[in-house]
Design a protein around this ligand. Structure first.
Ligand code: AMP
Length: 420
């Protein structure tokens, strides 16, 4: 075997059939509940001004300090391949004035995201997300709605092992007191220099440190839920009770923080235990101050992003069949040149009539062509040679039973339409 000259860049992979179709189906199914809930579709460029992410995601986050694909263009602009979708979508909302129309604005999107991470199973440098945002309302029902829609999407894919982790990070009313208490606790620990620096800049981020010795040291750290103001608590309680009434189980996780700085109040993550260390299949939260951070007016919001790559891995971990792999319904097997031209015409007519069809190419003999018919997933093969054409018929073969019937060419398309 020859070694190919080029390979997909480190941390990336190709989707080829049948996983290609499966990924398309996963994205469609993740988006379906949003579409039926009236969310509008939005598309933004794959790259943005670097400052948008520095301000929007947070200067001290791992994403901004270590993981961005940033470069200066030939024209001297500093741009970054998008590492996440919320800041770009909010930028687009503000730029297009959507926030000046009826509120809330509900949007969904789907696309590629880029982070310069250490690659491992489930963690790639190029990955795919489906995202949703609700802008212009502080109503806790929006937080709950998004969580329910994500859970319904996972259910629609057949997944049973997705758990919902829920927390509240509080608003400006609760966070300063908690931050101070956490900082005081963390200052009392024996931490390495970088972590000690993080304690001073952004102590909440330390809660997200996955190292076992740090997690152990955090066991008796103060928790945010003990510091929530009455209105933050009421918001959180409403989200919890709406989830319960929608039949969505969740686990309170008072140590849940996520890798982006902009969250306020509700924070949640969807995890799957079949994925090893990269267990988050999706996550999101409320970000009431983000608009101001990127130079906009006050515009509360809540959103999530679901990772399509990890969702597909979770389906495989649960042993679910790959979705979306349908193949064709009818496969034409022409014998000889005259029949080949006729079969080409038949397949074109079938496709135009809404029947998924394909045909054997390259003048293959009967055996090879029948093998291709089996591989195509078709239920029926149409076998035709010069003699059949002369008699005005084609042989329609049921590929499951092997039964074969001569059908008149005139009524063939209608006959096949009825069969499939
Ligand atoms: P985040 O914006 O980090 O919360 O990401 C939302 C979801 O996108 C995660 O829960 C993952 O499922 C997925 N995701 C994030 N980063 C990666 C990555 N490097 N590789 C694959 N999936 C990712």
């Amino acid at each position: 075997m020859t070694v190919p000259a080029f390979r997909a860049p480190k941390g990336t992979f190709d989707l080829v059939p049948p996983r290609g179709e499966a990924m398309l189906a996963v994205r469609d199914t993740l988006a379906a509940p949003l579409r039926s809930a009236g969310y509008g579709y939005v598309e933004t460029p794959s790259f943005e001004e670097t400052t948008l992410f520095a301000r929007g995601v947070g200067e001290s986050t791992d994403i901004v300090t270590k993981e961005m694909y940033s470069f200066t263009t030939r024209g001297g602009d500093d741009v970054t391949l998008r590492p996440e979708g919320t800041a770009p979508v909010l930028r687009a909302v503000l730029e297009n004035g959507l926030h000046r129309g009826a509120l809330p604005v509900k949007l969904w999107y789907s696309g590629s995201y880029y982070r310069y991470e250490r690659p491992q199973k489930g963690r790639y440098r190029h990955f795919s997300q489906v995202g949703a945002e609700i802008l212009g309302t502080e109503d806790p029902a929006s937080d709950a709605e998004l969580i329910v829609l994500a859970v319904d999407a996972y259910r629609a894919l057949g997944l049973t092992g997705v758990r919902v982790l829920l927390n509240s990070l509080g608003s400006h009313e609760s966070r300063p007191a908690y931050r101070a208490a956490l900082q005081e606790y963390l200052r009392g620990l024996d931490l390495d220099e970088e972590t000690a620096r993080r304690v001073e800049i952004n102590p909440l981020r330390v809660l997200d440190d996955k190292r076992p010795e740090i997690q152990k040291a955090l066991a008796s750290a103060p928790i945010i839920t003990d510091f929530l103001s009455p209105s933050d608590r009421a918001h959180h309680d409403t989200v919890r009770s709406l989830l319960t009434s929608a039949g969505v189980d969740f686990e309170d996780d008072p140590r849940l923080v996520r890798g982006l700085d902009y969250y306020t109040r509700t924070l949640f993550e969807f995890v799957h235990d079949g994925l090893g260390s990269q267990s988050a299949v999706g996550g999101g939260g409320r970000y009431d101050g983000l608009s101001e951070l990127i130079g906009g007016p006050a515009l509360p919001g809540v959103g999530w992003a679901l990772g399509a790559d990890r969702t597909l891995l979770a389906m495989e971990a649960e042993g679910l069949p790959l979705p979306g792999v349908t193949g064709v319904q009818v496969f034409a097997v022409p014998l000889g040149d005259e029949a080949a031209a006729w079969a080409f015409g038949l397949v074109t007519q079938l496709r135009r009539a809404g029947v998924a069809a394909d045909f054997a190419t390259g003048g293959r003999g009967l055996k090879g062509a029948m093998k291709a018919a089996d591989r195509s997933g078709a239920k029926y093969a149409v076998v035709v040679g010069a003699r059949d054409l002369a008699e005005g018929v084609a042989q329609v073969k049921d590929l499951a039973t092997g039964e074969q019937q001569a059908i008149s060419l005139n009524g063939l398309v209608t006959h096949l339409q009825r069969l499939v």
